[in-house]
Design a protein around this ligand. Structure first.
Ligand code: PLP
Length: 476
C-alpha cells in the first residue's frame, strides 16, 4: 500500500487554505444540523446564484441535439438559442463527446480573439489562445512551461490566492513574496517589488515570472492603468514573464473604476519583449459557472518554437472538456441587442452584478463599524480581506519571539479566531495566514456571495462575536 512517506514531497508541502481545516470543520458541523454561512470560497452557484438562462439553454441543446429536431424545441427554447446551438453543431459536428484540438475548438479561439479585440481595442491572435479547464489549468500550464531549475522563483503578491503558493510547491520552484500596499488600496509598489526581487537574487533565486491578480483576490482591489504599466516596466527590467490573473474582470463595483487588461497596457506601451500569460474564467464574473471548468489562456510575446512546446504540453492532456469550452464561448459571445434572449440575459447579468455591488457595500460598511476591524469596501472581485486587532494574552510578547516562533504564534491566532467564529456563529471564513499577510497583522477573508440576508446576519454576528472574543482574551 502507498504510505504517506512515499507521496511526492512537493505535494505534501503544498497548502490550499480555502479548502483547509476550517472548511472540513464547517462540513462536520453542518452534518450535525448547524446552519453554516459559507464565506470561504468564491463558488457563486453553491451560494444560490442562478445560472444565466441562455448558457444553460444552449448547453442543454448541445448535450442532447435530438431536441433540436423535436417539435417541442420551439416551445421550450427561444429562437436564438436554437440558432446558436445549430451554428455550434455545424462548426463542431463531433459534438460534446469528442476530443477537440489540444488548444480547443478553433471557432471558439477565434471568438475569444474577437472578444479581446473588442474589449481592449487591440489585435489578438487566435493561435496564441487556448481553452483551459478554469483559470487554474492555465496557471499550471504557465508553471509547467517556465519552471526549469530548482532555484527558479515566482514573485507572487502577499496576500495571494493560494493556487500560486501551492503551484510553486508542486512544481518545485521558489516563492518570492511582494507585499501589496494595504494603505494604498492594496496596489503594487515599485520599491517593494525591487526590495523583494533584490532579496531573492541575493539568496540565489532565479526569478522567472511575476504573478498579478487584478481585480484582486483576496483584496477586492482594482489596479490602475499606471500601476499595471509600472509592473510591465519592472518585468522588462528584470527579464520576467508576467502571469496576469484577470478572472474577476467583470466584477468591478467601485465608482468610476475600469478594468485594464495587462494585454492592453502592454500594447499601449509598445512592449514586445515581455511574455504575458493572461487568464480568464467562466467561474467568476456574473456566470459563476465554476463546475463547468472553463476558461482561456492568452499568451503574448512568445516565439513559435516555444509556443510549440505549450501545444505539446496541452496535447499531453488531450484537450479541455468540451462543455467548459462551450461555456467559455458563450461568455465571450453572449446574446446581442435585438436577439430574443438579450433582454433576459441583460436582466440576469445586471441583477447579479448589482446584487454583488450592494452586498460589497453592506459588508464593508458593516465591518468597518466594528471596533478593532477595518476593511476597504471591496471595489472588485468577490472578497473582502478584513484586518482585525486582538490583544495579546498576558505573558505573550511577540517582540521577544524568534521570527519562526512569531510566525507560528500569529498563524495560530487568526486560525483559532476563525475556528471559534465558525463554532460560535456558523460563519465560515478563511484565516489571513492562508493568503499571507504582514507579520504582526491579522486578517480573515470573506466572500460577499451569500444572499443579502446572510450578509446582514454575518455583520451582526461578527460584531457580537468579536467583542466577546476580545473581552475573553483580556480576562485571561
Ligand atoms: C484569483 C483566482 N485565480 C484563479 C482562480 C481559479 O478559478 P477557476 O480555475 O475556477 O477558473 C480563482 C478561484 O477562486 C481565483 O480567485
Amino acid at each position: 500500500m502507498v504510505k504517506l512517506n512515499d507521496v511526492n514531497s512537493k505535494l505534501l508541502k503544498a497548502h490550499y487554505a480555502v479548502r483547509g481545516k476550517i472548511v472540513i470543520r464547517a462540513q462536520e458541523l453542518e452534518e450535525q444540523g448547524r446552519k453554516i454561512i459559507y464565506c470561504n470560497i468564491g463558488n457563486p452557484q453553491a451560494l444560490k446564484q442562478k445560472p444565466i438562462t441562455f448558457v444553460r439553454q444552449v448547453l442543454s441543446l448541445l448535450e442532447y441535439p435530438a431536441l433540436l429536431d423535436s417539435p417541442e424545441a420551439a416551445k421550450l427554447y427561444p429562437a436564438d438559442a436554437i440558432k446558436r446551438a445549430r451554428m455550434i453543431l455545424e462548426k463542431n459536428p463531433a459534438g460534446t463527446g469528442a476530443y477537440t484540438q489540444s488548444a480547443g475548438i478553433p471557432f471558439i479561439r477565434k471568438a475569444i480573439a474577437e472578444f479581446i479585440e473588442k474589449r481592449d481595442g487591440i489585435p489578438a491572435d487566435a493561435n496564441r489562445i487556448m481553452l483551459t479547464e478554469g483559470a487554474s489549468k492555465g496557471v499550471h500550464t504557465a508553471f509547467s512551461l517556465l519552471t526549469n531549475k530548482p532555484n527558479d522563483g515566482y514573485l507572487i503578491p502577499i496576500p495571494q490566492y493560494p493556487l500560486y503558493s501551492a503551484a510553486i510547491e508542486l512544481y518545485g520552484a521558489r516563492q518570492i513574496n511582494y507585499f501589496l500596499d494595504e494603505k494604498n488600496r492594496w496596489s503594487l509598489d515599485e520599491a517593494e517589488l525591487e526590495r523583494s526581487i533584490a532579496g531573492a537574487v541575493r539568496s540565489g533565486i532565479n526569478p522567472v515570472a511575476i504573478a498579478v491578480i487584478n481585480p484582486g483576490n483576496p483584496t477586492g482591489a482594482v489596479l490602475s492603468r499606471k500601476n499595471i504599466g509600472m509592473v510591465i516596466r519592472f518585468a522588462k527590467k528584470h527579464g520576467l514573464a508576467v502571469i496576469a490573473d484577470e478572472v474577476y474582470q467583470d466584477n468591478i463595483y467601485g465608482e468610476g473604476l475600469e478594468f485594464f487588461s495587462f494585454a492592453r497596457v502592454m500594447h499601449d506601451l509598445g512592449e514586445k519583449d515581455v511574455t504575458l500569460f493572461s487568464l480568464h474564467s467562466v467561474s467568476k464574473g456574473f456566470m459563476g459557472e465554476c463546475g463547468h471548468r472553463g476558461g482561456y489562456l492568452e499568451i503574448r510575446n512568445m516565439p513559435d518554437d516555444v509556443y510549440a512546446e505549450v501545444i505539446k504540453l496541452l496535447s499531453i492532456g488531450l484537450c479541455a472538456n468540451v462543455d467548459g469550452q462551450l461555456v467559455t464561448y458563450l461568455m465571450v459571445d453572449p446574446p446581442k441587442p435585438g436577439e430574443e434572449s438579450y433582454e433576459l440575459y441583460a436582466k440576469e447579468r445586471g441583477a447579479i452584478l448589482g446584487d454583488l455591488k450592494e452586498k460589497a457595500e453592506i459588508l464593508g460598511k458593516g465591518l468597518n463599524e466594528i471596533e478593532g476591524m477595518t476593511v476597504d469596501i471591496p471595489e472588485g472581485a468577490m472578497y473582502a480581506f478584513v484586518k482585525f486587532d486582538l490583544p495579546h494574552p498576558k505573558g505573550m510578547d511577540p517582540e521577544a519571539m524568534s521570527p519562526e516562533e512569531r510566525h507560528k504564534y500569529e498563524a495560530a491566532r487568526d486560525a483559532k479566531y476563525c475556528l471559534r467564529l465558525l463554532e460560535g456563529t456558523g460563519i465560515c471564513v478563511v484565516p489571513g495566514s492562508g493568503f499571507g499577510q504582514h507579520p504582526g497583522t491579522l486578517h480573515f477573508r470573506t466572500t460577499f456571495l451569500p444572499p443579502k440576508e446572510d450578509i446582514l446576519a454575518l455583520v451582526e454576528k461578527l460584531k457580537k462575536f468579536h467583542a466577546a472574543y476580545v473581552a475573553k482574551l483580556l480576562e485571561n
